[in-house]
Each structure stands twice: as C-alpha cells, then as structure tokens.
Design a protein around this ligand. Structure first.
Ligand SMILES: [Cu+2]
Length: 337
C-alpha cells in the first residue's frame, strides 16, 4: 500500500529511516481531506436534487438534525483532530531528537554552495559523504543569507541561518547518490545551489575518511586549539577550568549559564556561536563585557573548529582546574601550569 500510494502521489523514494513514517502522515492527511471533501460533495448533491424547486414554492420545510447524529459527528471530528495531532507530535519529536550515537558533520551554506566538515578534520564542498545505517547529525549555519538544506529522498529540510546553528539528523537506508537542493530563495544563483549526498557502505566511508584530502590528519579539536591561540581567545579564556578575563572553556558546553541581567541560558552550539559573534547580547554574570565581536573575522571552518574545541572540553572530559579557581570574575594573570 505504501509503495502504491507513494507512486500515486509522485513522492520521491524513501531512503531514510523516518521517510516512510513521514509519508504515512502525508497519506493520512490526504485521504482524510479527500474523503471529507467527497462526503460534503455527495451530501450537497443529494440536497440539491432532493430539495429542488418543484412548482410553486410552499413554506420551506424545517429540518432538525437529531441530537444523537450531531453528537456523533462532533465526536468524530474531535477524535480526528486529536489523532492527527498525536501522530504529528510523535513524528515531530522523532525527527527533532537524534539518537545518541550520531556522527556529527558541520554544514555551512554560502552563496551558492554547501560545505561539509567531518569529525576527522576532513572537509568537502558540494558532496556530503555518509555511511549507510549510521545516524548523522548535521550542525548547520550560513555565512551570508538564509539557505535551506533539502534532500527529498530523506525527507529532510532544514534552514541554515547566519549567526546561529540549526540541527537536523537522518539515517540513510540505501547506498546511492541523492540530490541536495537549497529550498530557500537565496539570490540569483539559488537554482544552481545544489549538491549531492553520497551514501557509502560503512567500509567505503571509512576508506574515504582515511583517504588524502586537504587538511588531512588535522583533527577539528587540534584545529580549534590552533585557532584559539591564533585569534587571541586564549589571552582571555583558559582550557583548564580556571577563570581568567573570560570564563574557562572547560566544562562550558551544555552548562546552564547565569547572565548578568538575571536570565539563564544553556551553553549549546547556538549560544556559543552567538557569544563569539555578538558577545554583548548575553553577558555572563560576574564578567566584564570586554570580549570583542568576531563577526566576519572567523570563517566557518574556524568557527566549527572552536565549537568542537569547546565541545571536547565538556564536563566529563575536563581536567580538574589547576591551580584552584579564584572567585569567578576577578581576572587572575598566571602562567599555565
Ligand atoms: Cu541557498
């Protein structure tokens, strides 16, 4: 039935784990609305014939719908509404919450191409390589205008927004080559902004990852440390947990941050990116607002590398601070241990 309906509705192949489910919702919505429309049309036709004008109009007959029928109709509609809502909610949750064992790839959109950075430090332009049967999580941003990453066969579509990270995930089920389209009008080259996903077997993917490419052997975290040194981040931030002019990067990722206006935020990719690009928007309580903005100074690969560095220093991996931290917020100048 699935295959038959899919062809009837001219939908593309289903090549990700949740593609079928999403189509099921699609079928459900289409069939309910078609049946509803057909029922209304039939009843209307019946009424037109049954109550057509015959000779001189007499008094208009009164028609009262029995309460029971009315109750059943209203009940059905309410049930339908909640059924629909429930199916949609469950799918929304599963599409929004990636499984635990994802591989992360950074995606950057710019006029008019997609760039991909992989965990090993490898990168590619236009072509995303993924292993079959492995959930992939995409951390996406744009360096100019809003773009949208769209792979019809995977039923994935997610905007890339400048200055913040958005995420999407999918697990490809069938090796092959699939087209990536930009689904948000982004300028004169929009229709040319295409790419492809190459779904490889696990072995081929590994071979590809280990193959030579620019930046080979350079881990994203190592790259992040180099960038942090180069760009002067380490003049104000430390990686060992001790506070300096700015808070330490150690244990920062995923933590709930108290802001100086009394608010709270969770230090996720979006907040960390925002802190680099627009540091005065959210100032951490106990620190002076002295961090310069890096908007336009860091290219996407550098931003991704810095994020990866901060993520690698999340609490589970953090070394205990040495020497023990002073009261947060008081700048302490000391040479590294
Ligand atoms: Cu675009």
């Amino acid at each position: 039935v699935n295959e038959w309906l899919r062809e009837l509705l001219v939908l593309p192949e289903q090549a990700s784990t949740y593609a079928t489910e999403i189509d099921m919702l699609h079928y459900f919505v289409i069939s309910v609305t078609m049946l509803g429309a057909a029922a209304v049309a039939i009843v209307a036709t019946y009424f037109v014939i049954r109550f057509r004008r015959r000779g001189r109009p007499g008094p208009v007959p009164r028609f009262q719908m029995p309460m029971k029928i009315e109750g059943v109709l209203v009940g059905t509609l309410v049930l339908l509404f909640f059924g629909w809502w429930w199916i949609g909610l469950r799918q929304y949750m599963s599409v929004r919450s990636p499984p635990a064992n994802t591989t992360e790839v950074y995606v950057t959109g710019k006029q008019w191409m997609f760039k991909f950075s992989y965990p090993g430090g490898k990168s590619s332009v236009g072509t995303l390589y993924v292993p079959v049967g492995q959930p992939m999580r995409l951390l996406m941003t744009s360096r100019d205008v809003i773009h949208s990453f769209y792979v019809p066969q995977f039923r994935v579509k997610q905007d890339l927004v400048p200055g913040r990270y958005t995420t999407a995930w999918f697990e490809a089920t069938t090796p092959g080559v699939y087209e990536i389209l930009c689904a948000e009008f982004c300028g004169t080259g929009h229709s040319q902004m295409r790419g492809q996903v190459v779904v490889l077997s696990a072995g081929d993917y590994q071979a590809w990852l280990e193959g030579a490419s620019p930046g080979e052997g350079l881990d994203l975290v190592d790259m992040g440390e180099a960038v942090a040194t180069d760009r002067g981040c380490l003049r104000c931030h430390t990686t060992d947990g001790s506070p300096h002019i700015g808070p330490s990067f150690a244990g920062l990722y995923g933590r709930t941050i108290l802001l100086d206006d009394g608010g709270e935020v969770v230090a996720d990719e979006a907040y960390l990116t925002k802190s680099m690009m627009d540091p005065l928007e959210h100032v951490r309580a106990g620190y002076r607002p002295v961090m310069p903005s890096y908007q336009g100074l860091l290219d996407p690969a550098e931003t991704a590398a810095l994020l990866e560095l901060i993520r690698s220093l999340r609490a589970e991996h953090a070394r205990p601070p040495y020497p023990p931290p002073q009261a947060e917020g008081i700048p302490v100048y000391r040479s590294p241990p």
